[in-house]
Design a protein around this ligand. Structure first.
Ligand code: G1P
Length: 295
């Protein structure tokens, strides 16, 4: 019987030091892009893919994420009393009632592979998605993860979303070498974590979207420390590839690297230009700014 992806793992234990001082007391995943926290984009993308169990791998000082997905009882009562129905709808839509959230503490920041392994008791023996909220993907329609679950429904094997990056940037990503492509997907022959440009097998980079078969857990259990002294998901996947085919998938849409200040700003500008209530005024402002000579 074909298996379905119903669970998503969000590794969100990272300290977010690149965004200090903003992230001293606030989880970086709670920083807003226009009017929604980064975390919410990732959860909405999972929901759009038919996923109903959200598993957050958190750490200290990430309580705001838990609060965000809790019922805001006082706020609801207040908005109801004031007849603010639209806002009440926004508040309630954060987490529809058929969605479950599970929070797991990653006691030590040992790496992405370790974070994913922490989800094992909840994921069990099922395929699952991994979504890194830092990578925000906007495709204007169903979302990157829905594109991937559609392919999974057909192929039933692990799938990594990839995109071409500037060859000078390979040291920031998991990089794959692939065989012959069939449309938007191709078999992965080799995967390496953060290779320097001189030794990178290609410039095809893994972005923060994965669908993994549960066999990855037995691999991660034995994965030692790799690049940067961390237990890398990439190394677990390389091990999995000895037994199973893993596919690279060139998704449709634009990825914003919101883990970096520039990518975060670019996402705010571009998503601001798509926001129904803001786009016209914001576009007029940007045009005026351009003619003013300030940029
Ligand atoms: C992680 C992964 C890397 C992947 C990247 C995508 O790296 O280890 O393989 O390409 O996410 O954003 P990080 O950005 O956490 O250093």
């Amino acid at each position: 019987m074909n298996k379905k992806v119903t669970k998503a793992v969000f590794p969100v234990a990272g300290l977010g030091t690149r965004f200090l001082p903003a992230t001293k007391a606030v989880a970086k995943e709670m920083l807003p892009i226009v009017d929604k926290p980064l975390m919410q984009y990732a959860v909405e993308e999972a929901m759009a893919a038919g996923i109903d169990t959200m598993i957050f791998i958190t750490g200290r000082s990430k309580n705001a994420i838990m609060d965000h997905y809790d019922k805001a009882y006082e706020m609801e009562v207040e908005l109801e009393a004031r007849g603010k129905d639209e806002l009440l709808k926004v508040l309630r839509s954060i987490l529809p009632s058929h969605i479950s959230c599970v929070f797991i503490r990653q006691p030590e920041a040992l790496g992405l592979g370790h974070a994913v392994y922490c989800a094992r008791p909840v994921v069990g023996d099922e395929p699952f998605a991994v979504i890194l909220p830092d990578d925000l993907v906007e495709d204007g329609t169903r979302g990157c993860m829905a594109q991937m679950t559609a392919l999974y429904a057909e192929k039933q094997c692990s799938i990594l979303a990839v995109e071409r990056v500037d060859p000078s940037q390979t040291g920031s990503y998991g990089i794959v070498k692939t065989g012959e492509a069939t449309g938007s997907y191709s078999p992965i022959d080799l995967i390496v974590e953060k290779p320097k440009p001189e030794v990178a097998p290609s410039n095809l980079a893994v972005i923060g979207r994965y669908i993994l078969n549960p066999a990855i857990f037995d691999k991660l259990k034995h994965t030692g420390r790799g690049a940067g002294g961390e237990i890398q998901l990439t190394d677990g996947i390389a091990d999995l590839m000895k037994d199973e085919q893993v596919l690279a998938f060139e998704f449709e849409g634009t990825r914003y690297d919101c883990g970096a200040k520039l990518g975060f700003l670019v996402a705010n500008v571009e998503l601001g230009l798509l926001h129904p209530g803001l786009k016209d005024e914001f576009a007029a402002y940007l045009k005026a700014l351009a003619v003013s000579g300030k940029i």
